[in-house]
Design a protein around this ligand. Sequence first.
Ligand SMILES: Cc1ncc(COP(=O)(O)O)c(C=O)c1O
Length: 391
Amino acid sequence: MPRGLSSSRRTFLQLSAAAAAFQIMTEPMLAAAARHRPFSKDAVMIDSNENPLGPSQPARDAISAITPLGGRYLDNLTDELIQTFAQQEGLNPDYVRVFPGSTPPLRFTVVAFTSPQKSYVAADPGYEAGPRTAAEGGARVVNVPLTKTYAHDVKGMIAAAPDAGLFYICNPNNPTGTLTPHSDLEYLVENKPKGSVVVVDEAYIHLCDASSALDLVKAGKDVIVLRTFSKAYGMAGLRCGFAVAHPELLDKIMERSGWNFMPITALVAASASLKDPNLVPERKRINASVRQETFQWLDRNGYSYIASESNCFLLDTKRPAKQVIDAMAQQNVFIGRIWPIMPTYSRITVGTQQEMEKFQAALQKVMRGATAFSLPVAPIRNPRRTAELLS
Ligand SMILES: Cc1ncc(COP(=O)(O)O)c(C=O)c1O
């Protein structure tokens, strides 16, 4: 069924409702829950950090080739994917587990390492899936604002939670697309409370020049790196990701997650993607070029935004962003949700050049055109005020 139809939206919202009961929360559910109108034909969908390019040609060919074998479990494909990744990254294969996306390992890591006695510590604004799971288990959720350069405030995070069970670092961060220096990660790992772990979510790492935290895993630190094929590799709908950590940490995650079989289509597409040496550089270049052109256009037209190194950025609408999100949806352009700490900002995903041109045209119409905005224009950083404005 085409994604634009309202039944598709209903399914997402039903899933969101189910997710609320079980506290499983993923980017598409968060995006759908924030949407106020269904997608229609030719909608520009830049609200859920997807990759509009989809899987690479080698990945598509691999899927076609494996389809006749879809009646088989083909366990060896998981091993092959792990071997390929481990070899490329200089890791022991025992340090790698495969999951359908990085959402499941994120959830089970939070379940394993937080509790009413062990808090979940993250940046604000940050990716919302982890705190929801932590709160479900009764853990204290400690949100520490990003620094002035929009990096994780690792010293602030350590100071705020002597009872920390898990520090969540998203590098580059969702929603800001900004980086945290590797030296800060090292500081966190060396100075965190004993027994806690550091999760480094590298969902968007391929799109920027940041160094990975895999070296800390190799050095035997209490670090769990999460990777996904949903972003640069364009496989969000195919579902494949990794948890990478010392086997003792992985065992704690696997105790919670149990074991399930991966779809063979995802496994072969992921292997083919890893073996394609041009894929990551090419997609990184395309994303950076469209992002740069978008930023130049925003600069020329006097809009404010937070410069990002990823496939999303925060646009400051200088008014309660919900008004702009709704007005943009009327123009058939779906932009992303709001984080309560920054209620005048909306997250924009970098789409294709053509999509970003439609975004620009719609934004001009909405911001300069007929739409009247009646609420205050100054940024409001008080979360309680935010709740009122967003309701
Ligand atoms: C920071 C972050 N982590 C994890 C995920 C989960 O992605 P997936 O389950 O598709 O791998 C997302 C999705 O957008 C994300 O933004």
